[in-house]
Write a protein that binds this ligand. Structure first.
Ligand code: GLU
Length: 410
């Protein structure tokens, strides 16, 4: 199954559970609008670079389209459709007033110079500008995009449409960004797993974690886990992984990664391959990078109690079924990593009012939102006796359906 088919498969499970009329499948599954744009830049060596960008707007019945933009060689329309749809259900699970969208450029940003990257980013906004806006569609960072890229987007959009800080979230704190946004996805993951354990009467203390991916989300989650007394046994990035059975000193790993550009060769660790890291024993396996890393090939070998989906779509449908059968609980992406878009919402609220909240205020609100979302999910799992993923999709479908019904077809 492709990523989009996988997401639709989960939606079908939700529809089945809710016994919804066929008409809702037509209304809720397919995207509302898909943009495919050509981006032409002049490279530093004088040659022409030609890239393809996408923005897929899935559903806006609960509010403006919302979702990140990723820069990656594997970005394609099927993946973007899947990710856009996931945003619709994610914003519904945490109950923030948005719909879902996603976009990206098929490019390896490492192969571009900073000037080329800026030019490409500005061209992208020129091409999608008339379809986004603070009240229509609000992009944000995702894989390989960051606060600097959001600054260029904000600037480019504002040149043509007037000063609009609310058109993009994930901006730097110095340029209308929110305190706490950088850590928000990792912090949200921490609250998600903390609440899952709390529900069983347990804490995170001494729980063992493995984190695949040490980018913004994985590295923040790892650092925050240290404060809870949990142990991170292994982490990885594209160059490889590192393992220490007694737990890694994450602050030092972070420092090492910052200085050398990778976690590999960290003193006080053994190397571990990117395949083996997914099947090493731990309490919580956390994929925090790209989609479809747990498949029918390795899901039978996962030796964790929980899979915390910090990444979007890390399990194939086959892997999800295998994990379910083996009693391994997948904490679904649309709940687990919703902290990022939640604080994006807080950033947008602050932008709309031209004020700034303290970091404590942002973190406190994020915690309340994640705790409440978990309560809703736990109650839904009890009521429907289903997996956390099916409960999450069904709950989200109910909310989007209600908004769709109330608005009518027009
Ligand atoms: N890219 C993040 C996600 O997948 C954040 C999206 C946003 O803040 O709009 O949830």
């Amino acid at each position: 199954m492709t990523p989009y088919q996988t997401t639709n498969h989960y939606l079908e499970q939700g529809f089945e559970l809710l016994k919804l009329d066929e008409r809702y499948k037509t209304l809720l599954i397919t995207p509302s609008r898909e943009l495919r744009v050509e981006l032409i830049i002049e490279k530093d060596d004088g040659t022409i670079g030609n890239f393809i960008g996408y923005r897929v707007q899935h559903d806006n019945s609960r509010g403006p389209f919302k979702g990140g933009l990723r820069y990656h060689p594997e970005v394609d329309v099927d993946e973007v459709r899947s990710l856009a749809s996931l945003m619709t259900w994610k914003t519904a699970i945490v109950n923030i007033p948005y719909g879902g969208a996603k976009g990206g450029i098929q490019v390896s940003p490492r192969e571009l110079t900073p000037r080329e990257l800026e030019q490409l980013t500005r061209k992208f906004i020129d091409q999608i500008g008339e379809f986004i806006g603070p009240q229509t569609d609000i992009p944000a960072p995702d894989v390989n995009t960051n606060a600097q890229i959001m600054s260029w987007m904000f600037d480019q959009y504002s040149k043509r449409y007037g000063f609009s800080p609310g058109v993009i979230t994930g901006k730097p704190v110095e340029l209308y960004g929110s305190l706490g946004r950088d850590a928000a996805t990792g912090r949200g993951c921490l609250f998600a797993i903390r609440e899952v354990y709390k529900h069983k009467g347990e804490s995170l203390k001494d729980k063992t974690f493995i984190i695949q991916g040490f980018g913004n989300v994985g590295s923040w989650l790892a650092r925050l886990l240290m404060d809870e007394g949990a142990k991170v046994l292994a982490v990885s990035d594209i160059k490889g992984g590192i393992f220490n059975g007694d737990g890694l000193d994450i602050d030092k790993v972070f420092q090492h990664a910052k200085e050398t550009g990778s976690v590999v060769e960290f003193a006080g660790s053994e190397p571990i391959s990117n395949e083996d890291i997914l099947t090493t024993e731990c309490d919580v396996l956390t994929p925090a990078a790209l989609g479809h890393v747990l498949t029918s090939k390795n899901a039978n070998d996962v030796k964790a109690k929980y899979v915390l989906e910090a990444a979007n779509g890390p399990c194939t449908a086959e892997a999800d079924a295998i994990l379910n059968r083996r009693g391994i609980v997948a904490i679904p992406d649309i709940f687990a990593n919703a902290g990022g878009v939640t604080v994006s919402y807080y950033e947008w609220v602050q932008n709309n009012q031209f004020l700034r909240w303290t970091e404590d205020e942002v973190n406190k609100r994020l915690e309340e939102t994640m705790v409440k979302a978990h309560k809703g999910l736990a109650a839904a799992m009890d009521e429907w006796s289903c997996s956390m993923r099916t409960a999450a999709f069904a709950l989200a479908i109910q909310r989007v359906k209600e908004a769709t019904d109330l608005r009518g077809l027009g």
